[in-house]
Design a protein around this ligand. Structure first.
Ligand SMILES: Nc1nc2c(c(=O)[nH]1)N[C@H]1C(S)=C(S)[C@@H](COP(=O)(O)O)O[C@H]1N2
Ligand SMILES: [Mo]
Length: 406
């Protein structure tokens, strides 16, 4: 990895922010002298991540899990993917943090301190699935530009905060309101303070759901810096790009929000299926909303061996945007026949569901276990790559693991 470039590009202040401690006397450091602790920034230490996480990009930081790391029912921070579009904000002082509410459809602009949000509104906790729209991109052909996510850009942690709906009620929004755009404190890669790296959001209908939170805690603690400390919008079941980190502003819009990465082909797919590689006109692209039905085998790790005559226990998670998963199946004969897995109910709406199965193999040899989820609308995962799209979003093909019976 090109660590030296990273140091030159990001600067000491952001590294210190990543460390979570102040470099006392940092301003007195002679030019060109890099503090020892920062000379070889180890992203796993920097972000308190499992060393089996895979770094896809250092500027901005993008890191994904491997399937077997996601075996926990509630995703711990250590194995949660990081997807940044810009640079992580520096020197965050939560006691000075404010959330500014503005836009055409707010009755009167208003600001809230973090303290206001924590004390004046009821707190709610939900376990919420956040999957990057580009998860699975690495398999598209022709290849799509962007981070080459395999399967690990998904998480399902517990998020605690106030309901966005309660805040909107407190602010007062007009009848014209149709969309809520978010603003974050992260810094554009160009360093230009006037530019936002990303400013997306959700339609009013999604904003009003019980589970749409302005979260200040993840898994019962302050949100880790990389995941949006001290405040984050969390809209589970939708592409995670709708869940704005380092949240310091909301725009109540009278139109579809037009912030950074809302237009063009960003987080959009062709409204109708197109042939691989085909050019699509901007007006024929639709914003991704509810994510498709999908599942992941988190145990065992692909490549596992078992003794002939032994049964193999598999387990994993299944999710389907706004829908519930109603059926989970596995195949050991490359999809020609399917058997059912046991499937748990979600702990709440928009949380992933756990599945398991005990598999019997007929004889020694190489097998693949394929897993397929079906939602309550009857939609199933495709066995092979689904519809091609220019940016490589929404790959929900069946997850496969290799097994050798010896
Ligand atoms: N402010 C801000 N919010 C953001 C982003 C970002 O770059 N800046 N990335 C978005 C995208 S594309 C994804 S997939 C998720 C990733 O969340 P995570 O890094 O906590 O896993 O955050 C979303 N929210
Ligand atoms: Mo994303």
């Amino acid at each position: 990895m090109k660590r030296r470039n990273f140091i030159a590009g990001a600067g000491l202040a952001s590294l210190a922010a990543g460390l979570g401690v102040e470099i006392v006397y940092g301003s007195l450091l002679p030019e060109g002298v890099v503090p020892l602790v920062l000379q070889d920034p180890d992203p796993f230490k920097l972000f308190d991540k499992d060393t089996q996480m895979v770094v896809l990009n250092e500027r901005p930081w993008n890191m994904e899990a491997q399937a077997h790391l996601l075996d926990d029912k509630v995703t711990p921070g250590r194995v949660m993917f990081i997807r940044n579009n810009g640079l992580i904000p520096q020197d965050i002082d939560p006691s000075k943090w404010v959330l500014e509410i503005k836009g055409e459809a707010v009755k009167k602009p208003k600001t809230y301190t973090l303290q206001d949000l924590k004390t004046n509104f009821k707190a709610h906790t939900y376990q919420l699935t956040l999957e990057c729209g580009g998860n699975g991109r690495s398999e598209f052909n022709p290849p799509a530009k962007g981070n080459q996510w395999t399967v690990g850009a998904v998480s399902c942690a517990n998020w605690t905060g106030l309901r966005l709906r309660d805040l909107l009620k407190d602010v007062g929004i007009s009848e014209k309101a149709v969309y809520i755009g978010y603003h974050g404190a992260d810094i554009h890669l160009s360093g230009d303070a006037a530019k936002e790296p990303i400013s997306r959001g959700v339609p009013l209908e999604k904003a009003m759901q019980d589970e749409t939170l302005l979260a200040y805690q993840m898994n019962g603690k302050d949100i880790p810096l990389a995941h949006g400390f001290p405040l984050r919008l969390v809209a589970g079941g939708w592409p995670a790009s709708a869940s704005g980190k380092w949240l310091n502003g909301l725009s109540i819009r009278d139109r579809v929000h037009d912030g950074a990465k809302m237009g063009g082909s960003s987080y959009r797919v062709p409204c109708e299926t197109v042939a691989p590689g085909e050019k699509v006109a901007p007006e024929d692209m639709c914003i991704i909303e509810s994510m498709p039905v999908k599942s992941l085998i988190t145990y065992p790790k692909s490549g596992a061996r078992i003794k002939e005559g032994r049964r193999l226990i598999i387990r994993g998670h299944a999710w389907s945007g706004e829908q519930r998963v109603s059926k989970m199946q596995y195949s050991i004969d490359f999809g020609s026949s399917w058997k059912s897995c046991s499937l748990e109910d979600p702990v709440n709406r928009l949380a992933w569901q756990h599945f398991s199965a005990s598999i019997d193999f007929p004889k020694k040899g190489y097998y693949e276990v394929w897993a397929r989820a079906t939602n309550d609308k009857g939609e199933s995962q495709p066995m092979v790559l689904p519809g091609w799209n220019p940016k490589g979003y929404l790959n929900n093909a069946c997850h496969r693991i290799a097994i050798k019976v010896v």
